[in-house]
Design a protein around this ligand. Structure first.
Ligand code: PDD
Length: 290
């Protein structure tokens, strides 16, 4: 079955899906995006993802190009046409196509909208989670508005590549004070020896992950203790457990940081339980017909 993408009002074969060379996303990374998990044919936390998209657009003064209803319809149609039951749907909005000039184009230029979807077997994540993943640490060299989910991801791309070259799944960014901010595409967590779950407050230093928000609710719901505060690499190395969260990984146990084992070097019970419970706390959309 051939893949289909949505590009500016049209559903087109994935192989032909393209935007103009003067799209500002292409030339200036002048755009924002969202990634939602699709599980059992339903979009996970659609409302929260579209709320965050609105916020990102508004922070960058990009006009919201669709109503909430039509955004949902486009997501669903792309998922349906690609027959995705488990996987990811990607939504990107840029400031549109205009003759190259750093300053914003006029209001007559409509934003560009692209949606793609891909199948990812549930077993792939579960398999990774049963082994746990390794992370490396790197200096955080990003701008100070990483709370905006912008497509300007070059430091993240370079960090992820370094992680892969080191045989790790993720890179944790570390600020000038030696405190972990977040991963290149995930939020970062540890569990202290006495069972307190620690993650950095969602200020301007990190992206407020939707998975993070749901995990905060799950921690409360499960009667666990949350501490929203920064933690250092040294503290993480002494932790009982560590894990990462994102729509693409859900809760993924971390078993080594910079090649040093965390806890007993195996996925922790708190992280594994939060992974198992995650979807009972997340919002599920209605079933996408396919
Ligand atoms: N990344 N931090 C960063 C820098 C991210 O890029 C992401 C998500 C997260 C977690 O956010 P959420 O829980 O809403 O997925 C945190 C997506 C999945 C990506 O870029 O593919």
């Amino acid at each position: 079955m051939s893949r289909i993408a949505y590009v500016n009002g049209r559903y087109v074969p994935h192989t032909d899906a393209s935007v103009h060379v003067e799209d500002r996303g292409y030339q200036f990374a002048d755009g924002v995006y969202e990634v939602c998990e699709i599980r059992d044919g339903r979009i996970v936390d659609e409302r929260r993802h579209l709320d965050r998209l609105d916020r990102s657009l508004s922070e960058l003064s990009i006009r919201t190009p669709f109503s909430r209803r039509s955004a949902g319809m486009i997501l669903r149609e792309v998922i349906r046409r690609n027959r995705v039951r488990s996987g990811l749907v990607y939504l990107q909005v840029t400031r549109g196509v205009a003759r190259r000039d750093h300053a914003f184009p006029g209001p007559e230029v409509p934003p560009s909208v692209v949606v793609t979807a891909k199948s990812v077997p549930v077993e792939r994540g579960d398999h990774a989670a049963s082994a746990g993943v390794k992370v490396i640490t790197l200096p955080d060299n990003r701008w100070d508005r990483v709370d905006i989910k912008s497509v300007s991801l070059l430091p993240n791309v370079l960090a992820k590549q370094k992680a892969h070259e080191a045989g790790a799944k993720e890179a944790w960014f570390v600020d000038d004070a030696g405190l972990v901010t977040e991963g290149s595409s995930t939020n970062a967590w540890i569990v202290t020896k006495d069972g307190r779950i620690v993650t950095r407050p969602a200020d301007h230093g990190i992206l407020r992950g939707i998975t993070r928000t749901v995990v905060v609710e799950a921690i409360e719901g499960e009667g666990l203790t949350l501490e929203e505060r920064p933690f250092s690499v040294a503290e993480a190395l002494e932790a009982k457990e560590a894990f990462i969260t994102a729509a693409s990984t859900i809760v993924m146990p971390v078993v080594a940081i910079d090649d040093r084992p965390i806890g007993n070097g195996h996925p922790g019970t708190i992280a594994s339980n939060l992974r198992a419970k995650f979807h009972t706390y997340a919002e599920q959309s209605e079933l996408v017909a396919n």
